[in-house]
Design a protein around this ligand. Structure first.
Ligand SMILES: Cc1cc2nc3c(=O)[nH]c(=O)nc-3n(C[C@H](O)[C@H](O)[C@H](O)COP(=O)(O)OP(=O)(O)OC[C@H]3O[C@@H](n4cnc5c(N)ncnc54)[C@H](O)[C@@H]3O)c2cc1C
Length: 307
């Protein structure tokens, strides 16, 4: 029985792991991998203390920091994903996809979020045949081609900026009349001669035979259905929280995010905390997730001392 089980190895889980080691809480950190969502980012420019770092480099720094402090206090269950979480006498038990069980007195859920899939005809059929969710992984495959990006948030614009380095043209399709992305990022993309933006448009189908040949969308201003000839469709329409395994344990809000007390990250269940993008935190950023993890750890430490 560990003192603490941390589920997730993104900035929230790793920050919590570092603090757990320093506070000598016997901890098991269970995670698919160390790094989290921004591992695919070409350049993170707002991780405090580092003007620009590649996502994969940041992941290496997380792993190195944890490694430097964990000693025999924090154990790692790498490559394991929690599939269920139960209350047991004296604590909590998690089962993972490898069939392993881990038990601890307290739990910190820092399982983050995954990509929301495009739900239109053809999107699933053409996944990896032109429909993709990772510009830094697949962008170079579309060198010299016309591509579309779906989504007007930061991820959509960052994707467009990455693709402009390879693609013949990038058309960003956004369903609203204004953007969620930071104005500085929008301005940078707009300044590029090969960048096109279609606002107030809803994708309706991905077209093609063997591979993607176009994107059909509805122009919400005119009500017309139009076709955009593209070879690639990059989807950046948001994220869904990785909280399925905890849905019968803690209270979730309408989008499946875990409700927490923002002062200390505590959930509605005694002994369970949550941090980062898996929670109903309003803003989703690396620094915020790490801060949430630290906040939770301070509270977990006091809770364990008290019990
Ligand atoms: C492309 C992209 C670029 C971004 N760029 C920036 C940026 O420049 N600056 C910035 O501040 N933010 C950026 N973000 C947002 C930032 O990455 C997130 O806010 C942050 O990663 C959230 O951290 P987290 O620890 O809560 O969760 P995540 O980073 O999502 O990490 C979750 C962790 O939990 C693990 N996990 C998931 N399910 C389970 C399970 N069932 N069992 C065990 N482990 C599990 C995963 O393997 C992962 O290690 C970006 C996001 C994306 C997608």
């Amino acid at each position: 029985m560990f003192d603490l089980m941390i589920i997730g190895g993104g900035p929230a889980g790793v920050a919590a792991g570092v603090y757990a080691a320093r506070k000598h809480l016997k901890t098991i950190l269970i995670t698919g991998e160390i790094g989290g969502q921004s591992v695919v980012s070409e350049g993170i420019e707002n991780w405090i203390g580092s003007p620009k770092v590649h996502g994969s480099e940041l992941a290496k720094l997380f792993a190195a920091h944890l490694d430097a402090v964990k000693g025999d206090i924090v154990a790692l269950a790498l490559g394991e994903l929690v599939v269920s979480l139960e209350k047991t006498s004296g604590g909590f038990t998690a089962k993972t996809n490898t069939g392993t069980e881990h038990s601890a007195k307290t739990v910190l859920i820092a399982s983050g979020a995954g990509r929301r899939k495009l739900d239109v005809p053809g999107a699933e059929k053409f996944e990896n045949k032109g429909v993709t969710y990772c510009a830094s992984c697949d962008g170079p495959l579309f060198s010299g081609m016309d591509v579309a990006v779906i989504g007007g948030g930061n991820a959509g614009f960052e994707t467009a900026l990455q693709l402009l380095a390879y693609a013949k043209s990038v058309t960003l399709i956004h369903r609203n009349p204004d953007f969620k992305a930071d104005p500085v990022t929008v301005k940078k993309a707009r300044a590029h001669p090969n960048m096109h933006i279609i606002m107030n448009a809803e994708p309706t189908a991905v077209l093609g035979e063997q591979f993607v040949s176009g994107l059909e969308y509805k122009d919400k201003n005119s009500g017309e259905t139009k076709e955009l000839p593209v070879s690639g469709v990059f989807v950046e329409i948001g994220v869904i929280p990785n909280t399925g395994f905890a849905k019968d344990m803690v209270e979730l809000e309408a989008f499946g995010r875990i409700k927490v007390d923002p002062r200390n990250q505590h959930t509605n269940v005694d002994g369970v905390w949550a941090a980062g993008d898996a929670t109903d935190e309003l803003y989703h950023q690396n620094n915020i997730a790490a801060g949430d993890g630290v906040k939770a750890l301070e509270d977990i430490y006091l809770w364990i001392k008290k019990h």
